[in-house]
Design a protein around this ligand. Sequence first.
Ligand code: GLT
Ligand code: MN
Ligand code: MN
Length: 387
Amino acid sequence: MTDFTPTPADRFTFGLWTVGNTGRDPFGEPTRAPLSAPYIVQKLAQLGAYGVNLHDNDLVPIDASAAERDRIVADFRQALSDHGLVVPMATTNLFSDPAFKDGAFTSADAHVRAYALQKTMRSMDLGAELGAHTYVFWGGREGTEVDAGGKLLSALGWFRDSLNFLAEYSESQGYGYRFALEPKPNEPRADIFLPTVGSALGFIGTLDRPELFGVNPEFAHETMAGLNFAHAVAQALDAGKLFHIDLNDQKMSRFDQDLRFGSENLKGAFTLVKLLEDSGYDGPLHFDAHALRTEDEAGVWAFARGCMRTYLILKEKARQFNADPGIQAALAEYHRTDDELAALSRFTPENAAALKDRTFDRAALGGRGLGLEHLDQLTNDLLFGIR
Ligand code: GLT
Ligand code: MN
Ligand code: MN
């Protein structure tokens, strides 16, 4: 029995922007003081995290001189090596600066698009210097309010050209990045391009180097769209495209809440953890969430501990689920198999003919109870801790 205390072997990561969130929202000023990057590294290491991820400007202010940049990066690298944390993922802030108010790679202004490429290349240099192998593209401002602007088709073309350029840049520098597109349906734009995991997967197939691109699905983002996150993750896994994952929680169809993992939809969180663990996903488990605005610094670390603890408890629940004889019996009942029909369902002209001639008892198929009420209650009992 474990006490659910994480270790680096659990591969938990946080963004500098997550535990560093100061509680600012569109209606209110910060409620917490900023924390320095080296201090965040120290605290996360003490809590048992594996790594820390960042946007370029989480670490280096956008207007820093070259000398300031080098000093800040050196201090950060020192903290990483002092505390044994790694940087598995890096990304670019292409949403805060007013230059990106109408998008970065999909701005209708060629100057903005070119600046976005420049900023991203520099940020990729920084990520590579810190050892990152995954590079995330969250297109926060890549969208519209006014579709009369007429850029729907061109925007996708500009986006594609930019991603193709940046993949070539990575390869030419020998960075070996794998790129992960992070979909979101809206906020901060009224509509964001590539709004769901399915959209991103479809788009990847149109890129020059699709093998370098996958997705970074976020629990909150699919849930905002009214979708089932585990279904989206399953599709990404099925496509071999789950390059990274953003774990958090969210009440359906509301603004992006980035709640502590498992705090709102426990069963959805369980389904997700079981899916990730059963699938053998071995990438980082990144919490893209932040403490509530009501919290002080102690609340921030309680939040971070809670994210990891909930994941580990649900991982143990998934193990119990797979080992529980009653649950396994219910599953066996539900998954009716038939070797003869399985063989017949592999296409040959003979099998097709035989299948067409076969008689099925349609009424019996429709009348068969599947036992899902029973299975679901067993699952609840397991999660309640009484099995
Ligand atoms: C921003 C956003 C997240 C993205 C981050 C990566 S930044 O906080 O809300 O979902 O993952 O750019
Ligand atoms: Mn979010
Ligand atoms: Mn995210």
